[in-house]
Design a protein around this ligand. Structure first.
Ligand SMILES: Nc1ncnc2c1ncn2[C@@H]1O[C@H](COP(=O)(O)OP(=O)(O)OP(=O)(O)O)[C@@H](O)[C@H]1O
Ligand SMILES: [Mg+2]
Length: 245
């Protein structure tokens, strides 16, 4: 099983946070002990999915990066939102917008912190919701991931940026690299989308996720728990099984 699963997109708004939160919740529902890190250092918002207010976050993850707290002190147990009846656990490492944003990330600090988390929380998987773009505050997350899920919408701009991210990911030699095409209109044939994108970008498309705004226009809750049998949820669950194998 890959331990660290990074979810990234070249452009913002591709659906990383929605996918990260739901994938992590589904993995915990399958009995895994899962960590979910809000690694979007510029516009963190994963806590809102779990209805956690800023005042409830004593130590955002960046406190660990600044040496102001241990990594364990940044963890909130959000299991009751997802998985408390099946033996899995879900731990959120939330983040808050910073007054003085970091210019870069120390990969060794990340590795040391994650190692401690795997040990102390007995995690199976750590899902990273990484900020958009290729920069010193996103690349170190990708470099240490064992699986990278690159999220793209089906428009030319997003796909071109995703092509750049694929090239970088190949150079980083990430063991598992998969594309996720998100927010695809129901009128499109998923298998055709998959084969056309694979042909154009030379990278496996793991899944083609439908646009669900007709079901939950601006839901900030966990879609997969509200709609366990929706194709969006079934496809993400299948992806989780593959990533967690
Ligand atoms: N499959 C989908 N169907 C409908 N709406 C979606 C889907 N995926 C994402 N969205 C919506 O698109 C918006 C952007 O999604 P999200 O915040 O997850 O993107 P992001 O990649 O994390 O953005 P950022 O780069 O700003 O962190 C949100 O309002 C989200 O609910
Ligand atoms: Mg996000």
């Amino acid at each position: 099983m890959p331990k660290v699963v990074a979810i990234h997109s070249f452009h913002s708004g591709a659906g990383k946070s929605l996918i990260a939160a739901n994938l992590a919740a589904l993995l915990s529902l399958q009995g895994n002990r899962v960590g979910l890190l809000d690694g979007n250092l510029l516009s963190p918002n994963l806590h809102t999915t779990f209805r956690i207010s800023e005042s409830e976050i004593a130590h955002p993850f960046t406190d660990y990066l600044h040496g102001r707290s241990s990594i364990k002190d940044t963890v909130l147990d959000v299991t009751p939102y997802a998985a408390d009846d099946v033996g899995g656990r879900l731990f959120l490492l939330p983040n808050l917008p910073q007054n003085s944003p970091l210019n870069g990330l120390d990969a060794k600090l990340l590795i040391d912190g994650f190692r401690e988390l795997f040990h102390s929380l007995r995690l199976n998987t750590l899902v990273l919701d990484v900020g958009a773009g290729l920069s010193p505050i996103t690349l170190p997350f990708l470099a240490i991931a064992e699986a990278l899920l690159l999220v793209s919408r089906l428009d030319q701009d997003d796909l071109q940026g995703t092509g750049v991210a694929i090239d970088i990911a190949r150079k980083l030699e990430i063991p598992m690299l998969l594309l996720l095409i998100n927010r695809v209109d129901h009128s499109f044939d998923s298998s055709q989308v998959k084969s056309q994108v694979e042909k154009a970008y030379g990278c496996e498309v793991a899944t083609v996720l439908p646009d669900v705004s007709d079901v939950a226009p601006s839901s900030s809750n966990l879609f997969a728990l509200t709609y366990p049998n929706h194709p969006f949820t079934l496809k993400l669950r299948h992806l989780g099984e593959r990533v967690a194998k």
